[in-house]
Design a protein around this ligand. Structure first.
Ligand SMILES: *[C@@H]1O[C@H](CO)[C@@H](O)[C@H](O)[C@H]1NC(C)=O
Ligand SMILES: *[C@@H]1O[C@H](CO)[C@@H](O)[C@H](O)[C@H]1NC(C)=O
Ligand SMILES: CC(=O)N[C@H]1CO[C@H](CO)[C@@H](O)[C@@H]1O
Length: 371
């Protein structure tokens, strides 16, 4: 009897719960209202836009013990221009923001566990924060054309140009930051051009590869501060291999031309580089035909040497997609030509003239014998 009563009671509860959820109630099974987090803040500790976001749990959930509280954080990634979404059970998160743009962050509370019958509940509302950029600086004075080049994996040079409205007596500065530096640091070695700072040189391996590095060019002038610019990049994607200087053109045993060269980037395995070979073919009628050959090898078999045309070759390299997202082309190597002005050319003419000399010599002898 008691058992029958209990099971009927359980069944009624189930039916009530079903009716409640079928009505699309905004409340959880235990009538828990999920409020959004409180006291959402961002703080800047001098890391060029790498900001700390912090928040508190909603006061209404402080006393809930049977619950597992998490947060859904959303922020506008101004570099990609998309909203980044993540979930965490912590109460802080750090992310990179472009300090010249508005900082936009939203936070929801997520509730799970016995208090919600193990159904994940998200707060209907979010807490939002919008922070305007601090000081904007004189309009039209931001550095332009900022770019970094990782020269042959040996040193990095970052350069920029001035906007036309920049006061002549303004002084520009470059700051950089990457994890785990405590604070942004200033350029170790400025390079001047016409008396003004135009680039910064980082020697050796002072900047880490495969790490986001934030660069900021700001500055001051008697008229006021210059507008700052921020760039985030990873240096291995800005590699420019050295110019190939060991390039040889030789005739192989089967009377073919062969072009050989060496990988100029000592620290890189061969498969990391791809090559472009430019072929210029000078015809006897004075015209030139240009062709481009792509290869991943460092040797190339070329046209048979019998051709009357003059063939010239030069190579350049860049990183293959297996080793970096993108890369810069190296400068072109010197040209090697066949027949050329160098060793190959003089070798060919001397063979030719010796051959004709011996021909006439043989011919004269034959005539004498015949006479
Ligand atoms: C959500 O927030 C808006 C504005 O802050 C408020 O008007 C609304 O009542 C909130 N809704 C809930 C369910 O708390
Ligand atoms: C430039 O930025 C650095 C790093 O944030 C800062 O310490 C410095 O005061 C700024 N300089 C100017 C002139 O705004
Ligand atoms: C094969 C041959 O006869 N070679 C001769 C060609 O002529 C030069 C000088 O003109 C000689 O030195 C070679 O021995």
């Amino acid at each position: 009897m008691a058992n029958t009563f209990r099971s009927t009671h359980v069944l009624m509860l189930l039916v009530m719960a079903w009716v409640k959820s079928a009505r699309g109630s905004e409340l959880t099974e235990n009538d828990v209202t999920v409020d959004p987090p409180e006291n959402l803040r961002v703080s800047d500790s001098g890391r060029l836009g790498y900001l700390d976001i912090t928040w508190n749990p909603p006061a209404s959930l402080m006393t809930m013990t049977m619950c597992n509280i998490q947060y859904q954080l959303e922020y506008l990634d101004t570099f990609k221009n998309t909203w980044a979404v993540l979930r965490t059970s912590g109460r802080s998160y750090s992310a990179e923001f472009d300090l010249t743009k508005e900082v936009r962050v939203r936070a929801y509370t997520l509730l799970n566990g016995l208090c919600t019958n193990n159904v994940l509940q998200r707060s209907e509302n979010y807490t939002a924060l919008i922070q305007k950029p601090a000081s904007s600086g004189l309009t039209g004075t931001e550095a332009k054309d900022f770019e970094c080049v990782y020269h042959n994996m040996e040193w990095v040079e970052c350069s920029w140009t001035r906007s036309p409205q920049t006061p002549l007596d303004a002084q520009q500065n470059l700051y950089f930051w990457y994890k785990p530096l405590e604070q942004a640091a200033e350029c170790p070695e400025y390079i001047l051009s016409g008396g003004i700072r135009s680039s910064c040189r980082f020697t050796g391996n002072s900047l880490p590869e495969f790490s986001d590095i934030i660069f900021c060019v700001n500055g001051s002038s008697p008229e006021g501060p210059l507008k700052a610019t921020f760039t985030s990049l990873q240096i291995q994607n800005h590699l420019k291999p050295a110019t190939t200087d060991k390039l040889h053109l030789q005739t192989s045993s089967d009377e073919q031309l062969e072009l050989l060269w060496e990988n100029p980037v000592e620290r890189l395995p061969g498969y990391c580089l791809e090559w472009e070979v430019e072929h210029a073919q000078d015809k006897p009628d004075g015209t030139t035909m240009l062709g481009v050959i792509h290869t991943t090898q460092t040797t190339l078999k070329l046209l048979p040497t019998l051709s009357e045309d003059r063939n010239c070759y030069k190579v350049r390299s860049k990183l293959s997609k297996y080793c970096a997202d993108k890369s810069l082309w190296s400068d072109w190597s010197h040209e090697r030509c066949y027949p050329g002005n160098g060793a190959l050319h003089s070798c060919r003419t001397s063979i030719k003239s010796r051959f004709s000399q011996n021909l006439s010599h043989t011919f004269e002898q034959t005539q004498i014998v015949d006479a």
